[in-house]
Write a protein that binds this ligand. Sequence first.
Ligand code: FO1
Length: 327
Amino acid sequence: MTHNPPSQPTTLHRPPSIVALAGGVGGAKLADGLAQILPPERLTIIVNTGDDFVHWGLNISPDLDTVCYTLAGLANPLTGWGRKDETWHVFAQMERLGAETWFRLGDKDLATHLERTRRLSNGESLSSITRDFCARWGIRHTILPMSDAPVRTIVETVEFGELPFQEYFVHQRCEPTVRGFRFEGIERARPASGVMEAIQQADALVICPSNPWVSIDPILRIISPLLAEGRPSVRVAVSPIIGGQAVKGPAAKMFRELGIEPSALAVARHYGRTLLTGFVLDESDSDLAADVQALGIHPAVTQTLMKTSDDRRQLAQDVLHLIEQFV
Ligand code: FO1
């Protein structure tokens, strides 16, 4: 795929209308790249809330916050989650008082959780709170939680049995062996306000390079009735696995422990041809493109590692070029 010089903004005559599905840091980066190119009315980002939990009595929505902070330019560039220029005064005092400190909450980040918790307890919905926070942070694109109803990802492990997601991910550092996943509450959870409308109006769906098992699958479960109707007709995923390894997080380890050799091809197989029109894989995995094609999914090979802001925009542009072949 040919690359424009990174400094040149993309000018698309009539950009497609995109719904992007995103989980944690990798998803937030591509969502940010798409937001650099597409006007606000042409991009809606639907975010996983299966990682949400209550900590110190506060409602934490890590993936929503990661996507919001990233688009607002407020994210911590070292971790990808949490706030840049963060201070830790409350955390230090909580530690002194004997509170649980395996999940780190900085002072600026705490304000988000305090205000979200206050509003939720007053009966406001997560999507309404998120819309207002986004406006206050200067985010013009639409960011929606997948559902306003609670969905909780449970990781089934060999060593500890069932673990709530953050217990597995942060407290146990993803070390326990994974046997499977369960999404508590998913049967009752309806798509959040705005999700169905965005999907019905979209030209294409982009599955960002987030963990397929725990970031994307919960969203796909929530929107599955719409996908079954064939909306939107073009669906493209970007591999979060490069050279058999996850760029960040435990995705490759999860594939392995579930008996599947981790690779970009394994990700394409996981989503499958019923879901996907196209699949973007990294240059270093170009030898897998023919196998993706053999699955009945159109492959596109490009540089998918997003180290800089320009990388995010370039990958987003490559994804849009792939989509434009089908819309
Ligand atoms: N991840 C960690 O590995 N350790 C932490 O202490 C931690 C704190 C944290 C606080 C707020 C927030 O929004 C995210 C935070 N994360 C932390 C990241 C989070 O657990 C994961 O990024 C996602 O849940 C997986 O996508």
